[in-house]
Design a protein. Structure first.
Length: 164
């Protein structure tokens, strides 16, 4: 539960603009979000997407996240996992009581509703992380050599989780 105690590690301006433009005004979904002075939209992303929603997310309700299917025509894998905003994401393999559902919409396939997603995709017991790992392997060009870590770097999750 350390994640629940963690503060946002973003500069004030970045955090404020992130919340205002992406959440409050929904600029990215509406094609008003700019990068380098140019508007960008989900339809500009030409790579397969892996999108995760959680059943009890109070920040990003899963049916709202599922609407990404309406904003892109590229391949999209949608995964709905047990839990809420934090626990659903940080649900490592071996964590008891976890489950998920997953389906991939290929590029240019017809839209399927959130209700159809629930009805057509059986619940799979366990963590969603192995599914994500398989998806990453399928869409990757291979493993990269990890960089060497600094000698004084503490073990994960790091000492910052215990800071006030």
């Amino acid at each position: 539960m350390s994640w629940n105690e963690d503060t946002t590690r973003m500069p004030y301006r970045m955090h404020s603009e992130y919340l205002t433009h992406l959440f409050q005004h929904n600029d990215f979904a509406e094609g008003r979000y700019c990068v380098g002075g140019q508007p960008v939209a989900l339809t500009d992303i030409e790579t397969p997407m892996f999108v995760v929603g959680t059943e009890r997310d109070h920040v990003s309700p899963w049916r709202s996240v599922y609407k990404l299917h309406l904003l892109t025509h590229h391949a999209l894998t949608f995964l709905l996992t047990a839990g809420g905003h934090n626990a659903g994401i940080v649900s490592e393999p071996g964590h008891p009581g976890r489950h998920y559902r997953v389906a991939t919409r290929d590029a240019d396939d017809s839209f399927r509703s959130a209700d159809a997603f629930l009805a057509e995709n059986a619940q799979i017991e366990g963590s969603w992380w192995p599914c994500w790992t398989q998806w990453l392997s399928k869409h990757s060009s291979g493993r990269a050599q990890a960089r060497a870590l600094e000698a004084d770097l503490p073990d994960a999750p790091g000492s910052y989780v215990s800071e006030p």
